[in-house]
Design a protein around this ligand. Structure first.
Ligand code: ZN
Length: 644
């Protein structure tokens, strides 16, 4: 008897003993239900079953004991859109093309929900993160759909429960995308008190504004090097210790809702024929490597995610711990293999079900490739690629042009870069990244081209029907068809041609020239990078990535300061190169400014540099009674260029 049929046999006996109303194995031959739970921003190493010292998720622990744990699963990117679409399609980010909020998941892709739909399942999605939602065409294939940005786990589980109660007699596929573990955390006090002495925690859990502020203060203070004057750097460690408690508490809040969902499946009598997968789209950095959050990292803390699968129809997998390297792009094909369904050639992930079903070693699971992150509106937006082979991991940051090599067994924290010491290993892994990247970039470009053709075809049809007349009409319609501003990937170029990294324009002219999104990499504003006829808006700080080939001698910045009011307005702007040197420009009220700064000599050694322009406080137009209701002004950067 194979493992598979043995499992089925055991499951039948178990079910016959406990569910008297069911008639026997004939009924059990109906397809199992599948529930996929994605807990946004859940670091694997903050779960006890992945070695954490706290029991943050007891219900998940119990589920993991009944199922199998993949101990070494990597998200393909540390950013929600790219990673979640990889889960849905089994493809790497460049191949599926939903890299960030400037893109959508094209309808031509076949998603996990569509596959289940075609197999006769009723499908349902419950989504708390808009980046995984309808606006980005991530709702493809769901018969029932609930999306509410920032919905709590309780809301999602309530909505899913209502669906499952209706659907209990027919096979279903349910996807839940939870956001509770993602900041800002809004959880009841009692969960927080499980991990922290309330007396040691100086924040009112009901005051979400205060929570937001403390996180933001810590972030700016520690990660960005900003000196807020109200926050001493000695407080940063305390902030982040507090923050981690809050993070863990939010896991335990989510976990209790998982418990409620598991209860419901049991009450409905379908728990014994429901496969459950738990994973995440990425981890979170708590200042390791100098950053807070996600979307900027190829380190373990950003990429190592849980992958737990429980399958009561295969009790033989219970308690298995699989240490092979796997990628979240493998989750879809693993489920397909479990269900004996065909895996389409477009799926790039490998099925890992056979790792559970047999003891045979699998040579394909000794290495992992990841490609991210493509965030277009946060500090340090870039393309980061990693390749891990055994214990060696190469990490490339294509825009910062850094190459790091780590030995994860000796150096799990990735603190000792051995790139220079191990040129042969580095070269081998480098070559692997090159192969993956060039292949995926080709898929991306083919895909973009066919999307453009489709759009042009649609426009022509509408023109022929007389819906589009004249230039103005065309512009409006074109905008409907191009809701997203594309990020220009050509700046990365085919891999291996280092000079391609130099393909930036040498001046950013916000009036005339194109704005390359990769160049505007930071600014603390909802409107960061937003452009109108007066420039690009930044509310206090703007960071740009600029080329210095050919080397310029001065940086020129033309900006306008918006109306200001009140007494606390900025009096100066500081300019920094690579955060290493600075110069201060005085502000004298509102109006246009033209500033110049000499380019420091040390930058002649690097192909690019970061330029940060930062006011000493936010531009306030009107002070309100709470910080949240203050009305802020902006500096609008009109032009930025290098001069000889
Ligand atoms: Zn996410």
């Amino acid at each position: 008897m194979s493992n598979q049929s043995k499992g089925f046999f055991i499951a039948c006996i178990g079910l016959l003993a406990t569910i008297s109303i069911h008639t026997g194995c004939g009924e059990l031959r109906q397809k199992p239900n599948v529930v996929v739970l994605l807990v946004d921003t859940l670091r694997a190493d903050h779960l006890k079953c992945y070695g954490y010292h706290r029991d943050t998720a007891p219900f998940l622990e119990e589920l993991a004991r009944r199922g199998a744990i993949f101990t070494q699963c990597y998200a393909p990117s540390d950013y929600t859109p790219a990673s979640t679409a990889s889960l849905f399609t089994g493809q790497y980010p460049l191949a599926h093309g939903y890299l960030n909020s400037h893109y959508v998941l094209a309808e031509t892709h076949t998603t996990i929900a569509e596959i289940f739909q075609r197999q006769g399942y009723t499908t349902a999605g419950f989504i708390a993160n808009g980046l995984a939602g309808e606006k980005y065409q991530m709702d493809q294939g769901f018969d029932h759909y609930f999306e509410k940005n920032r919905a709590s786990a309780a809301e999602l589980v309530a909505a899913a429960s209502a669906f499952i109660e209706q659907q209990a007699d027919e096979p279903f596929f349910v996807y839940l995308h939870f956001l509770d573990v993602h900041d800002p955390h809004r959880i009841p006090q009692e969960y927080h008190d499980r991990f922290a002495d309330p007396a040691d925690f100086a924040y009112d859990m009901q005051d979400t504004l205060q929570l937001d502020n403390f996180v933001m203060q810590a972030w700016w203070e520690a990660a960005q090097g900003w000196r807020d004057r109200t926050v001493g750097s000695d407080q940063v460690a305390t902030y982040f210790a507090d923050y981690v408690q809050l993070y863990d508490a939010s896991i335990s809040y989510w976990d209790e809702q998982l418990g409620a969902l598991l209860d419901l499946l049991a009450v409905q009598g379908i728990d014994e024929r429901t496969i459950i997968v738990v994973t995440s789209d990425h981890g979170e950095q708590f200042l390791e490597h100098g950053y807070f959050g996600h979307g900027n990292s190829g380190y373990q803390v950003g990429l190592h995610v849980p992958f737990i699968i429980s399958d009561p129809l295969h009790p033989n997998i219970a308690g298995l711990q699989v240490d092979n390297l796997v990628n979240a792009v493998d989750i879809l094909p693993t489920l397909l293999a479990r269900l004996n369904w065909q895996i389409a050639p477009a799926v790039q992930g490998q099925e890992r079900w056979s790792l559970l079903a047999s003891d045979a070693p699998d040579a394909t699971s000794e290495s992992i490739y990841t490609e991210g992150t493509f965030m277009a509106n946060r500090p340090f937006s870039t393309l980061i690629q990693t390749y891990r082979e055994g214990e060696w991991k190469l990490l490339l940051d294509r825009l910062r042009d850094t190459k790091e090599l780590y030995h994860l067994k000796e150096d799990p924290g990735e603190l000792r870069d051995r790139f220079a010491e191990q040129p042969e290993i580095a070269a081998r892994l480098y070559d692997k990244i090159r192969q993956y990247y060039n292949g995926n970039l080709q898929l991306f470009e083919q895909h973009q081209q066919s999307q453009m053709q489709l759009t042009e075809q649609k426009l022509q049809e509408l023109r022929a029907l007389g819906y589009i007349t004249g230039r103005a009409g065309l512009q409006r319609s074109a905008k409907e068809f191009f809701p997203m501003k594309p990020v220009r990937l050509e700046q990365f170029g085919p891999f291996g041609d280092e000079e391609d990294l130099g393909r930036f324009s040498h001046a950013i002219d916000f009036f005339r020239g194109p704005v390359t999104w990769g160049q505007i990499i930071g600014g603390y504003s909802d409107r960061v990078g937003q452009r109108d006829s007066t420039g690009v808006w930044f509310d206090r700080r703007a960071t740009f990535l600029l080329p210095n080939q050919p080397v310029g001698q001065r940086v020129v910045v033309e900006l306008t300061i918006d109306p200001m009011g009140g007494a606390d307005n900025p009096t100066q702007i500081e300019v920094k190169f690579n955060e290493q040197s600075s110069e201060v420009w005085a502000l004298n009220g509102v109006g246009p400014y033209r500033f110049e700064a000499a380019l420091p000599a040390f930058l002649q050694q690097s192909a690019f540099f970061y330029l940060t322009i930062e006011a000493d406080s936010r531009f306030v137009i009107r002070k309100a009674t709470s910080v949240r209701n203050d009305i802020y002004g902006a500096m609008r950067i009109r032009r930025l260029y290098l001069e000889r």
